[in-house]
Design a protein around this ligand. Structure first.
Ligand code: ADP
Ligand code: MG
Length: 233
């Protein structure tokens, strides 16, 4: 459970993400999707309950361990990059500062990742000079730099122009093809259908339905899922 100022924004949430699984979270604005992701990664404290990352757990009393935190990469809707730093520094700052990689290692890894997101020519550019789509590609590269086992995406394309949305979705799709475990909050329903192993519908801080994409989109069981899908599709 998660409360802000005594207001419960997540209630009775019980969710298992298996290794290699792609879980897509959908639901109306304010339903608690971002809070759920932020609680999973320890960016928001939980009020009660527990989160398990493999054999490591945390509660409202025991904070997330550094080891568990490092297993998770997070991509935000609004990129959350350091705008005044270069692309390279954005990717290498944390691994170097936390002594996880040497400067040389960090640079090598950053260059490989920049190739993957097709931005190797921007390595020395200031992030502030990049387009939204480019920024999000850098944010994905940064999240991958610590070799996470789970990637969490919070509406990664909501802030982007329609023509760049596809680029980002393709990168995420490729990542899923490598077997990466992922939890993705998105409003891109056709993408959700294509990529998800299971889809979660949230409303009012609760998980109201968990199903295969086929079932959830074509034969939703919960009336509120039906109403939501009718509104947006
Ligand atoms: P979603 O991502 O589904 O749009 P959020 O997880 O952002 O929903 O928000 C769920 C609820 O929690 C909303 O009512 C929102 O106003 C509230 N909330 C989110 N973050 C905070 C915060 N830092 N302080 C107080 N209330 C918050
Ligand atoms: Mg949100």
């Amino acid at each position: 459970m998660k409360s802000f100022d005594n207001e419960e924004v997540l209630r009775g949430v019980d969710l298992t993400v298996n290794r290699g699984e792609v879980v897509v979270v959908i639901g109306p604005s304010g339903s608690g999707k971002s809070t759920l992701l932020r609680c999973l990664i320890g960016l928001n404290d939980i009020t009660s309950g527990e989160v398990w990352i493999e054999d490591d757990n945390f509660t409202n009393e025991v904070p997330v361990s550094i080891a568990a935190r490092r297993k998770m990469g997070f991509v935000f809707q609004h990129f959350n990059l350091f705008p005044n730093l270069s692309v390279l520094d954005n990717i290498t700052l944390s691994p170097i500062k936390n002594k996880i990689q040497t400067v040389t290692e960090a640079k090598t890894i950053a260059m490989e990742l920049l190739k993957k997101v097709k931005l190797e020519d921007k390595i020395n550019s200031a992030v502030s000079s990049l387009s939204g789509g480019e920024k999000q590609r850098i944010a994905i590269a940064r999240a991958l730099a610590l070799s996470p086992e789970i990637m969490l995406f919070d509406e990664p394309t909501s802030a982007l122009d329609p023509e760049t949305v596809k680029d980002i979705l393709n990168i995420i799709k490729k990542l899923s093809d490598t077997g990466m475990t992922m939890v993705i909050v998105t409003h891109e329903m056709s993408f959700a259908k294509e990529i998800a192993d299971k889809v979660i519908f949230m409303d009012d801080g609760q998980i109201l339905e968990v199903n295969s994409p086929d079932k959830l989109f074509n034969r939703p069981q919960n009336q509120r899922t039906k109403d939501f899908l009718n509104k947006i599709i």
